[in-house]
Design a protein around this ligand. Structure first.
Ligand SMILES: Cc1cc2nc3c(=O)[nH]c(=O)nc-3n(C[C@H](O)[C@H](O)[C@H](O)COP(=O)(O)OP(=O)(O)OC[C@H]3O[C@@H](n4cnc5c(N)ncnc54)[C@H](O)[C@@H]3O)c2cc1C
Length: 407
C-alpha cells in the first residue's frame, strides 16, 4: 500500500473557504482529474479531500495490471486511451510510473473458451487494439514454465494474447499524480472527510467537511468502494453498485518465472511477476457484498493451489503478504460517470470494480473536461446512470445483478 510518508507534505495546506471544485476521495481517479483540471483547463482552485491518506483505497491496493482488451465498443476506446497515456504522463509528470509493457496472456481452457475469446479479439482489433489468439504450442513457447499436461483440472488449449498491456507501479501513479497536482497549485487535504453537500435552488453550493465548510459550485465524488454509501448519505440517491471485497497476495522475490501478466478465468487466478521478482496474484472477488478489507485463509489456499497447478515450479514458494480492498461493481461491470445528479454541479465517477487502475488516467482526463465545461464529453455519454433505467446496459461481462432498486 502507498505510505502516508510519501511525497506529500505532512501538514495540509490551509483549508480555503472557497474552491472552484472539490473532489472527494484521494484515489487514482480524483488525483488524475485534479491534475488534468489544472493542467489542461487552467482550473487550479481545486481541493482534493481524502479521509485517510492518498492511496489508501484501491489506488494503493491494486495488482497494477493494465490492458485495453475490454469487451465492448464503449469501453475499449477508453482503456486504449488510458494505456497510451502511461508514457505520456511519465514524461509530463516527470515521474517514473514504471510502465512495464510485458503483455497480457489470458489462458483459455476449452475450445468453447477459444471461440468466445475470438469475439473479444475481433472487437479489440476493430477498435485498433492489438489482440490475438495463440494456439497451444505458441502459448507453451511463450510461457515455458506453464503446465501443459492434459492431466490437470483445466488443461490449457491456448490463450488470448494482448501485447500492449502489462503492469504499472501503482504507488508511483499515486505519488506522481499527487505531486503533479500539487505543483499545479491543487490543494490536497489528507485526513479530511467529506460529510455532506449543500445545495440551493437545485445547484451545489458547498461541501461540509470534518475541517469546516467549503463553498463551491462543483463537487465530484470518486471514492471507490465508498462512493455509493457516501452519495446516498449526501444526496439520497441510490446507485446500482454492490461493494465486494477483492483479495491479493505476493510471494517472495524469485528469478524470472514468466514474463507476461497471466490470467485464467477457469482457475479464478491472475498473476504477474513484478520488477522485483515477486509474483503478485489475485483471485475473483468474494462472492457476496461486504466492506471488509481483511484477507481469508480460503483465498490464500485457493491461490496457492491454482498457481502451483499452472506453474508447478512455484511449489514451496512462500507468500509474504496478503491484503484486500473494495471493488464497487455495477450490474454491467462498466463504470458510472455522470454529472448534475441530483443537483447541478454534482458529479459521480464510480463503479470501476477491479478495472479502475488501468482506466484512471483517461477517466480522470474526461471527468476534468466534464467539470470544466459542464458538458458531458461524447466518450462518457454511454456511462450515464440512466442507462440502468433505459435498459442500455453494456454487458462488459455477465456480472451478477446484486442490486435491486429497493435494497
Ligand atoms: C486487491 C485489488 C486488486 C486490484 N487490481 C486491479 C488491477 O490489477 N487493475 C485495475 O485496473 N484495477 C484493479 N483494482 C481496482 C482499482 O484499484 C480501483 O478500481 C481503483 O483504485 C478505484 O480508484 P478510485 O480513485 O475510484 O478509488 P480509490 O483508489 O479506492 O480511492 C478512494 C478514496 O476515497 C477516500 N474516501 C472515502 N470516503 C471519503 C470521504 N467521505 N471523504 C474523503 N475521502 C473519502 C478513501 O479513503 C480512498 O482513499 C484492484 C482493486 C483491489 C482492491
Amino acid at each position: 500500500m502507498a505510505s502516508r510518508r510519501s511525497i506529500l507534505p505532512d501538514k495540509n495546506p490551509p483549508l480555503q473557504t472557497v474552491y472552484d471544485a472539490v473532489l472527494i476521495g484521494g484515489g487514482l481517479h480524483n488525483l488524475a482529474t485534479a491534475w488534468f483540471l489544472a493542467r489542461e483547463h487552467g482550473m487550479k482552485s481545486v481541493a482534493v479531500l481524502e479521509r485517510n491518506f492518498v492511496g489508501y483505497g484501491g489506488a494503493g491496493r491494486n495488482t497494477a495490471i493494465v490492458r485495453a482488451n475490454q469487451r465492448t465498443s464503449e469501453n475499449v476506446p477508453l482503456y486504449k486511451e488510458a494505456l497510451e497515456l502511461w508514457p505520456v504522463l511519465t514524461r509530463e509528470l516527470d515521474f517514473n510510473l514504471m510502465f512495464y509493457n510485458c503483455g497480457n496472456m489470458n489462458l483459455l481452457h476449452s475450445e468453447a473458451a477459444i471461440k468466445a475469446a475470438r469475439t473479444n479479439v475481433a472487437t479489440a482489433r476493430f477498435l485498433g487494439v492489438e489482440s490475438r489468439i495463440l494456439d497451444r504450442e505458441e502459448t507453451a513457447r511463450r510461457l515455458p514454465a506453464l503446465n501443459m499436461s492434459d492431466a490437470i483440472t483445466h488443461p490449457v488449449h491456448g490463450a488470448m494474447f494482448h501485447p500492449p498491456g502489462g503492469i504499472v507501479r501503482h504507488d508511483a501513479v499515486v505519488w506522481g499524480l499527487a505531486r503533479g497536482a500539487l505543483r499545479q497549485g491543487v490543494h490536497i487535504h489528507q485526513r479530511t472527510e467529506a460529510l455532506g453537500i449543500e445545495t440551493k435552488n437545485g445547484k451545489v453550493t458547498g461541501v461540509q467537511t470534518s475541517a469546516g465548510m467549503i463553498r463551491t459550485p462543483r463537487v465530484l465524488v470518486s471514492a471507490g468502494g465508498y462512493t455509493a454509501g457516501l452519495v446516498h448519505r449526501m444526496t439520497g440517491l441510490k446507485l446500482p453498485v454492490s461493494v465486494l471485497t477483492i483479495q491479493a497476495m505476493v510471494t517472495q522475490p524469485l528469478k524470472p518465472v514468466f514474463r507476461n501478466v497471466v490470467s485464467s478465468g477457469a482457475y479464478h487466478v491472475y498473476a504477474n511477476q513484478t520488477l522485483k521478482g515477486e509474483i503478485a496474484t489475485g483471485a475473483h472477488m468474494d462472492p457476496w457484498p461486504n466492506t471488509t478489507t481483511r484477507t481469508s485463509a480460503g483465498y490464500i489456499k485457493h491461490q496457492a493451489e491454482a498457481l502451483v497447478e499452472l506453474f508447478p515450479c512455484l511449489a514451496g514458494v512462500k507468500f509474504m503478504r496478503s491484503w484486500a480492498g473494495l471493488a464497487d461493481m455495477t450490474p454491467d461491470m462498466a463504470p458510472i460517470m455522470d454529472g448534475n445528479l441530483p443537483a447541478d454541479g454534482f458529479f459521480i465517477n464510480c463503479g470501476w470494480g477491479y478495472f479502475g487502475f488501468k482506466s484512471s488516467t483517461a477517466a480522470g482526463r474526461y471527468m476534468a473536461r466534464y467539470l470544466a465545461e459542464n458538458r458531458c464529453p461524447e466518450r462518457l455519454a454511454p456511462f450515464a446512470l440512466n442507462r440502468f433505467e433505459n435498459h442500455r446496459l453494456m454487458g462488459e461481462t455477465a456480472a451478477p445483478v446484486l442490486y435491486t432498486p429497493d435494497n
